[in-house]
Ligand binder design. Structure first.
Ligand code: FE2
Length: 387
């Protein structure tokens, strides 16, 4: 996609946000919970490789007989890693079907009962009716609804709580504290849904959650020689929560979205984009810690960066050679530029991966990088025999 086309899809953010409904005010992402086969080892991985810190724990020692959870933190990002402690827990079914993956995208609200009432009234399927959980640190009100696949949104109201994380957890102090790597907050979380389902879920986020569709990419914009996909970006009223929704599109070979759906065995979270203020430092540390990234775009991609940056060329502080050495990609829109890079899947199944993103004014999602990115993914798919 040329730079000019990229600009044409980045329209009127402020105008759309003004029009967004506010029956569901969201303060931010509260936490992301993964169901995994071995939470203790997964927690070690996210500490060692991604620079997360120990925050809270629940398990046998705290009276939790069926599940164990480790909570990690880095700046505003909280991850919860949960495993079952016996064969009877329904978490087993989730892991058998999907492998390790994201179960809960928890949203921080001021009024969880209202969030539940407003969303279920508009058609959301209930996951958890509002309930109050308390301990000596105060009370939290929680309620939950299903979104795509078996993924869930839990609304968390914590204004009367002062503990480390949530009631039932105790503070987790560890002797092992690897240094943070500069991850700041979750920029966006992307869902993959099945054939013909993108617009269904776009309509669901509009109607049930009051979100707005502020960017759309069709298969004419997102394609390579072999494969294609479609994507629509949904945002809540204040713009803090962004959920792009992808669906595969017909092409000569198998789309990466189809590969995901085959291996996750249904719709689910495809990637979590986390923001940094210094992508060169963050990515250098991730590489040193053993995280693998998609192979770099070709030389011609880097030669074209000044052209791609257009009017923002003089604004860019980073050295292109250094970006190329780390395989970091660059895109620009009318408001600025952004730097981004994608990990390989971080599970055994080719499902969930992470994006590291540094925004320098740009509000887009790197549409100008889609072709180079998907060609990299296709080379990986070819290695897996799934293209
Ligand atoms: Fe992304």
């Amino acid at each position: 996609m040329s730079n000019k086309e990229v600009k044409s899809v980045n329209y009127g953010l402020e105008k759309i946000f003004e029009g967004a409904q506010d029956f569901l005010p969201l303060l931010g992402t509260d936490y992301v919970e993964f169901y995994v086969g071995n939470a203790k080892q997964a927690a070690h991985f996210y500490k060692t490789a991604f620079g997360f810190q120990s925050l809270a724990y629940k398990g046998l020692e705290t009276g939790s007989k069926d599940t164990v959870s480790y909570v990690l933190i880095q700046d505003k990002i909280r991850l919860v890693l949960t495993s079952p402690l016996n064969s009877k827990s329904p978490i087993n079914d989730h892991i058998v079907k999907h492998g390790d993956g994201v179960k809960i995208i928890a949203l921080w609200v001021d009024d969880a009962k209202s969030a539940y009432k407003e969303t279920t009234k508009r058609g959301a399927k209930s996951y958890m009716e509002p309930r109050i959980e308390t301990d000596e640190e105060g009370e939290v009100i929680k309620a939950g609804i299903y979104t795509y696949g078996e993924t869930v949104h839990i609304f968390i109201e914590r204004k009367n709580y002062h503990g480390a994380f949530l009631p039932g957890f105790r503070e987790w102090k560890s002797d092992y504290n690897p240094k943070t790597i500069g991850l700041k907050y979750i920029d966006h979380m992307v869902g993959n849904v099945g054939w013909g389902q993108m617009n269904v879920w776009v309509a669901w986020y509009e109607k049930v959650m009051g979100f707005e569709n502020f960017l759309s990419f069709d298969d004419k914009q997102i394609h390579t020689e072999y494969s294609a996909l479609m994507s629509k970006v949904m945002s809540n009223g204040n713009g803090r929560i962004k959920f792009p929704i992808n669906e595969p599109a017909k092409a000569a070979k198998k789309s990466q979205i189809e590969e995901y759906l085959d291996f996750y065995e249904g719709a689910g979270v495809q990637h979590i984009a986390v923001a940094t203020d210094d992508i060169i430092s963050t990515v250098s540390q991730l590489k040193a810690n053993g995280i693998e990234f998609l192979p770099p775009p070709p030389q011609a991609y880097y030669d074209d960066i000044p052209n791609r940056l257009g009017e923002h060329r003089d604004m860019m502080k980073e050295d292109i050679g250094e970006l190329q050495k780390l395989s970091i990609m660059v895109d620009a829109d009318e408001e600025g530029y952004l730097l981004q890079i994608f990990t390989k899947p971080i599970e055994d199944r080719p499902t969930l991966f992470f994006e590291i993103i540094q925004r320098m004014g740009a509000k887009g999602f790197g549409a100008g990088n889609f072709k180079a990115l998907f060609e990299s993914i296709e080379r990986e798919q070819a290695n897996r025999g799934t293209l």
